[in-house]
Write a protein that binds this ligand. Structure first.
Ligand SMILES: NC(=O)c1ccc[n+]([C@@H]2O[C@H](COP(=O)([O-])OP(=O)(O)OC[C@H]3O[C@@H](n4cnc5c(N)ncnc54)[C@H](O)[C@@H]3O)[C@@H](O)[C@H]2O)c1
Length: 333
């Protein structure tokens, strides 16, 4: 079968991995173009790919105007996502977009209205849903093995922030957004109320929203209670875990092991810990992109949709409001 022609929009840290997946790891996809106003980032990626068939565009509009391109992977900074989704949907492209759907609900809703009017395929980059361990936990819940879900936990601890720094409230909008999505998916329910706290425990205090440590508690419509936490300075590397506690038992996922080897020595037993997201979720990033390409080929909507992007953003916005006011906040469903 003919591969699906895909263009990458945004050739940074995450975009480079998705580009490699589209160029090398998925026979069903063909990477045909890379758009990024930063020539340096794109040039570096093109050098790594070493593919003559991949062209460079400074302006994403140029790939959107190309009728040969069937799909785009938007891997630009989060606040740019709604406008790019809207333009891609208008241009009739299928869209893979990294999380988050956006930073404001108004912009996200406008983008989703265009997606829906144009009937565009849209997948959000919540790769935990494609991780084998998370999928097994979800299956235990679906099968009823864990019984009614009562408590959930989820955490993301990054070793550091990206070299370019982070935007205001990134800890909720860019990081905990993953946990909010995972918790919704595992709880099988929508969040109704959030109470959050956040602080600068690592960075100098004072700048609004420039926080490095955060905690959120969430009440779901089905009664389940959840807790999520995040840090931008994890001394031991990347640490992503989840726990689901139900009437019939408990399931956990995520221990950050690099491989199955353990070292037994005089100081005890030890193993290395993954350092960052590509180490832990490499396989899940490939599986999510495979799902996207498959959906484009078959004209199906992906299992992780714009609705999921919108719902997780609504939790993040409620968490920010709660952290600012100190009060519990209803989620804008
Ligand atoms: N799923 C995950 O675990 C995960 C991990 C890291 C990043 N991400 C997401 O990936 C996205 C990108 O993050 P990153 O770390 O790669 O950022 P980055 O800063 O490394 O790269 C972003 C790139 O986008 C380019 N860009 C900016 N505006 C653009 C525009 N309008 N059109 C085209 N290109 C544009 C920049 O020049 C830059 O090269 C973010 O949404 C982030 O949340 C997801």
């Amino acid at each position: 079968v003919e591969p699906i022609n895909v263009a990458l929009i945004g050739a940074g840290l995450m975009g480079s991995f998705h580009a490699e997946t589209l160029a090398w790891r998925l026979p069903g996809a063909r990477l045909v173009a890379i758009a990024d106003p930063a020539e340096g980032a794109a040039g570096k990626l093109l050098g790594t790919l070493g593919r003559d068939g991949v062209r460079y565009e400074r302006d994403p509009e140029r790939v959107l105007a190309d009728p040969e391109i069937q799909a785009v992977a938007i891997v630009t900074p989060g606040r740019t996502h709604p406008q790019l989704i809207q333009a891609a949907a208008e241009a009739g492209k299928a869209i893979f977009c990294e999380k988050p759907l956006g930073h404001s609900l108004e912009e996200a809703d406008r983008a989703l209205a265009t997606v829906s009017r144009r009937g565009a395929i849209l997948q959000l980059g919540f790769q935990r849903r494609f991780d084998a361990g998370y999928q097994r936990v979800r299956k235990l819940i679906e099968e009823g093995t864990l019984g009614a879900v009562h408590l959930l936990r989820s955490n993301t601890r990054d070793p550091a922030v990206p070299p370019g720094g982070v935007v205001q409230w990134a800890i909720f909008l860019e990081t905990l957004i993953h946990d909010f999505d995972a918790l919704r998916w595992l709880a099988g329910s929508e969040a109704v109320e959030v109470h959050a706290m956040a602080d600068a425990l690592v960075w100098p205090k004072g700048r609004p929203g420039m926080v490095d440590t955060a905690l959120a508690t969430i009440r779901f419509a089905n009664g389940a209670l959840a807790m999520a936490d995040a840090s931008f300075q994890s001394a031991y590397g990347y640490d992503v875990r989840a726990e689901v506690f139900g009437a019939g038992g408990m399931a956990t996922v995520g221990d950050g092991r690099v491989d199955a080897a353990l070292h037994y020595g005089p100081g005890g037993v030890s193993r290395p810990q993954v350092y960052w997201f590509k180490d832990l979720f490499g396989a899940a990033f490939v599986t999510e992109m495979e799902h996207f390409v498959d959906c484009v080929r078959n004209g199906r909507q992906p299992s992780v949709s714009g609705i999921d992007g919108r719902a997780s953003l609504a939790i993040a916005r409620a968490a920010i409001e709660s952290a600012e006011t100190g009060q519990p906040v209803r989620v804008n469903a």
